[in-house]
Design a protein around this ligand. Structure first.
Ligand SMILES: [Zn+2]
Length: 317
């Protein structure tokens, strides 16, 4: 039997399906076999097919998953058990739901940093000081040791390379959430190929390059300040300021492995979203606190204090 030569052959990277979540705005790209009706990020059943977005930057790098989905589920179970007693009822005993592995897009930033800084450095020294006081109705002179600070100006230069600064490019994952999952081990960074994410749900970058560049630069500013704080000599310092120039900036889209698990802890409540770093197993989630539990604890505390006060009064009287 003859087989037509132009018959499509199955490849690892066939046509991809583009889906958008109308609840959280995530733009997902996946193989038709992975078609989903619920958003893997927010569990909303508002996922619709959408045309491919033009001009979306291709990922340059990707980090693979090294944590299995069973291990991710275990990490989340342990995390749930270790939540505060003030969490909403049902959270500590909840079971994590379906695990979804998502390749989350982020911008990976690096640059050469040159900073000129100035600060005022304080050096402490001790001195004897005499003073007058009244003892037994008489005025007497005494001496005591006091600590004083001498201030001197300091200025200098700091030069170095910053790499691996991550800023989320995803609508589904906020930058604070990404920061909570960091660090990722960039020694495992690989050049992106479509085959690398085959069989997985990936999200397309939705935040613009410009917005992410701003975010990355401000993160570098914070990093520089932290590094300078650590370098300051003396016993204390004040007025630390820096003028920082960034050269050789690079900004590439990188796909990061993240496990997302919805945790249902009560009927009629939106599930709690728990994230797991697909490389290190670091867990992040915001378990809601029960106002009632906190209120009751405060009331019990107040009653205890009142009880003690009444007891002391009774004892004295
Ligand atoms: Zn969603």
């Amino acid at each position: 039997m003859a087989v037509a030569h132009d018959e499509p052959t199955a490849t690892l990277t066939g046509p991809r399906l583009h889906l958008g979540c109308q609840a959280c705005g995530a733009m997902l790209v996946l193989e038709p076999a992975l078609r989903t009706t619920r958003c893997p990020y927010c569990a909303a059943p508002a996922v619709v097919e959408r045309p491919p977005e033009p001009g979306v930057p291709e990922p340059a790098f990707a980090l693979g998953f090294s944590l299995t989905h069973a291990a991710a589920k275990q990490s989340v179970s342990r995390w749930l058990r270790s939540r505060s007693r003030f969490c909403r009822s049902g959270i500590r005993s909840a079971e994590p739901g379906d695990v979804h592995g998502i390749y989350v897009p982020a911008f990976l930033y690096s640059a050469l940093v040159k900073s000129s800084f100035r600060a005022t450095i304080g050096e402490n020294y001790q001195e004897q000081e005499s003073y007058t006081t009244t003892e037994n109705g008489k005025t007497v002179r005494r001496t005591r040791t006091v600590t004083r600070t001498e201030w001197r100006p300091l200025q200098g230069e700091l030069e170095g390379y910053v790499a691996d600064v991550l800023v989320t490019a995803s609508n589904g994952l906020r930058n604070e959430e990404l920061e909570a999952l960091e660090p990722f081990d960039f020694r495992a960074l690989a050049r992106y190929t479509p085959a690398l994410v085959s069989g997985w749900v990936a999200e397309e970058p939705t935040l613009t390059r410009e917005a992410c560049l701003e975010g990355a630069r401000s993160e570098v500013g914070e990093l520089v300040l932290k590094r300078l704080e650590g370098l300051m000599p003396g016993d204390s310092h004040r007025d630390l300021s820096h003028d920082t120039r960034l050269d050789w900036e690079s900004l590439d889209v990188c796909l990061l492995p993240v496990w997302v698990l919805p945790v249902r802890y009560a009927e009629g409540e939106a599930p709690l979203r728990v994230l797991v770093n697909g490389q290190t197993g670091e867990v992040h989630g915001e378990a809601p606190i029960s106002t009632w539990k906190v209120l009751i604890a405060v009331l019990v505390g107040l009653l205890l204090v009142l009880g003690v006060v009444l007891y002391v009064r009774g004892g004295v009287g």
